[in-house]
Design a protein around this ligand. Sequence first.
Ligand SMILES: O=P(O)(O)OC[C@H]1O[C@H](OP(=O)(O)OP(=O)(O)O)[C@H](O)[C@@H]1O
Ligand SMILES: NC(=O)CC[C@H](N)C(=O)O
Ligand code: SF4
Ligand SMILES: [Mg+2]
Length: 498
Amino acid sequence: MCGVFGVYNSKTPAEDTFYGLYSLQHRGQEAAGIVVADYGEDKKKTIYRQHKAMGLVAEVFKDEKLFDKLHGHAAIGHNRYSTTGASKSTNNIQPFSLIYRSGNLAIAHNGNLTNARALRKELTEKGVIFQASSDTEVIPHLAALSPENEPIHQIYHALRQVQGAFSIVILANDQLIAARDPYGVRPLALGKKVDPDTGEASFYIASETCAFDILSVEYLRDVEPGEILLIDRVSTRTHKPKSLYLPPSKRKARCIFEYVYFARPDSTIFQNSVDKIRRNLGKNLARESTVQQSNEDKHLIVASVPDSSNTAALGFVRESNKINRPARFEHGLIRNHYVGRTFIQPGKASREIKVRSKYNIIRGVLQNRQIILIDDSIVRGTTARMLIKLIREANPKEIHLHISSPPITNPCFYGMDFPTKGQLLTNLFIGAASEQEEVESIRQYIGVDSLKYLSLQGLLNSVPQFDHETCSYCTACFTGDYPIKIEDATTDKEENDV
Ligand SMILES: O=P(O)(O)OC[C@H]1O[C@H](OP(=O)(O)OP(=O)(O)O)[C@H](O)[C@@H]1O
Ligand SMILES: NC(=O)CC[C@H](N)C(=O)O
Ligand code: SF4
Ligand SMILES: [Mg+2]
């Protein structure tokens, strides 16, 4: 997953993008970058300036002097969480910026293309030179080779050829373009701010609306699935960007895992509040739970694995009390906020040490208690296994692990860096005779008194349905039902690296 951000018609585009990326840090922690477009009225020419490097946004842009050279009228930015192309290669840091026959182009991409390998091969055979090993770079090359003359039409031509997931922001000379694949896999939002003196509009694009909030930008709507949005100087006066549409897909495939884990709870994605949906997940988990408090306890003690399951735990407690199973939320684990997200950390060793250094227990809360521990997902099982060992040190009476999503059984090819099928925890127990037996084996492996996953129906009941759509969400990592053909995509993200 990655975070993308774009701004048009701002006096401080680099600073705005910095704050946008800063609030989207949870979507990618490996590298960050900003490209600024500066239109010179005198020369009728746009100059691009950029800064990008490995690391977190605040580290990459630590030197305030950097912003002195990043001036202009528009910018795009990217936080990377690699899915194709080596994580450590500096060539894969986005935005990619290039000069071609129609001028300047820069692109930042969230998602993963499923036919990038074939396209890359075709382009290489035509003599195209690639600098990066990631999937994204095929898009600017396809645009550059397009017979069209206007950048927006070149982009349309390029996007007609790619398959898979893409929420992208593009600077094309002095214009800003945003586009989302027809399935709508990844979120992308459009926002606006109006200058009270001139009445002119500034436009903003972001993966999640939390990036708008800190900039006091008004969220207008989502970039629609299949929409290519063009923002130029005319739009600042009319307040209306222009739109083109890619041919529609038969169904939609918004990533349901964004709601489960990825997005921030204070964001609106896919037109809905993440907070609300996570509470629904907790509510439905409470309805499916069979744990009863022991006679000597007045309440079930519900603790979350901070941060991503906090909201589901609140939903769980509220519903549990409603259905006469008294429950109380307690902070049993404290998270060190200087350790980032561990699931999106590349490399097993770094994830394990991070999990261990990330959490501490509050013994008084856990000791001699019957604990319902809520987490949003189990991927490799690193977090659950290490945490349970840690919690046992406090001598709780019982630990009942509840997960606010079903077991993850399949890899993602659309922008979430799940491990190969072989590295998923569920794979260890693949020969189990039934789903119950599989869950029982996972329970023993993790070392808890009981283990409950939210059912697939419970997950689907937690998310709103869209009118006139036969299918609105991708659930492939839970079901194996891949909405977009996998083509030649692989989970070996270093395959293009030589
Ligand atoms: O089974 P695993 O491979 O360990 O992955 C699953 C864990 O990773 C995620 O948390 P993460 O620490 O990444 O982020 P968070 O701090 O936002 O919860 C998720 O919430 C689970 O806790
Ligand atoms: N997770 C993402 O959105 C990654 C974008 C792109 N596929 C890359 O690996 O750089
Ligand atoms: S496979 Fe899972 S993580 Fe990937 S897009 Fe589908 S729901 Fe999201
Ligand atoms: Mg977590």
